[in-house]
Design a protein around this ligand. Sequence first.
Ligand code: GLA
Length: 383
Amino acid sequence: MDRSPPAPAFVVATHGRVNLIGEHTDYNDGFVMPMAIERGVRCAVRRRADGVLSLRSGGMGPEVVIDPAGPLLPGRSDWARYPLGVIAGYAARGFTIPGCDLAFSADLPAGGGLSSSAALEVAVATAIETLCGRSLDPVEKALLCQEAEHRFAGVPCGIMDQFAVTCCRPGHALLLDCRSRACRHVPLDDPGVTVMVIDSGVKHELASGEYARRRGDCRRAAARLGVGSLRDLGPDTWPSRAGELPDVERRRVAHVVGENARVEAFAASIDLGDFVRAGRIMVESHWSLARDYEVSCPEMDALVNAAIRVPGVLGCRMTGGGFGGCAVALVRTDEAPSATTAVCAAYRAATGRDGQAFVTVACGGPVVTPLPSTGAGDAIPPG
Ligand code: GLA
């Protein structure tokens, strides 16, 4: 009979993110301002002696078993490609991945634009670091997770999501300069204002193809203008160069240049407690994304139009990559409960669709909690 002590077990909790402003700017070396939200991913972890790495996730399909010492290559098409990509990244950096059980659960809508994949990646990264007893610098860790998404999921995302999930602090939004990777933690703790997330319930299949196409538009425009990235164009210099681009690229650049300026203006408004102005800037961002960047959709436009007419809502915009997913709103706290109901009712009246709204405070990065030993050594509680 095995009398070895029960293996230590722990739970990693990561948060999803909502981006307050700065959309489609991260891959243009610009500014973004996300915050971590109360929903996220939980990963229960337990070492095992046989060297096998097992991944389980309620509702996502059968258990996936990996040999962490074997070749860890892209090619999967299921949810396990995200954890696998992260495990491969740590193995490539010289970490010896021990056998373990990883059991996941989540309360983030998958594909809802709230970074469920980044929350999953960073949960796995944190689990590996905890198991191995050594950690990468948080910037390295976020970049490793981004690389996992590029190589193993084929999604050419920017750096915002993995940075937000890794680096956010409770009570703060993260103002990130995607070129220098400098972070400023902007206090978001005024009790009079709260953040509401509204899931449109719409997911358009074009999202990933169109995302890559937008990146291509930006790359071509930067090359035509002879700049390293669109970040190099400021609101002062851009107007004199606009005539050098064809119409579509001109509109893409107009959005990026305007959006970078909006992030800075939004952060300054939050610093000053001017939430009315902050809300107005969010709405400007939305229409720039809809008209110039063309990443919204009729349902999302209807949702934003409905939300900004609801008492207590100071501003609203689409958030994330676009083509459906979620909107984010700034709302007066005392009116938030009624606004939550009213926004969904107005959205339903406009589109016939059921949206889901919730309010959230700004949360922090990954949290590791040891699990009390049960003596059984093999029980992973459901997430
Ligand atoms: C997705 C990507 C991010 C970012 C946004 C758009 O969420 O993962 O890197 O580009 O779209 O702002």
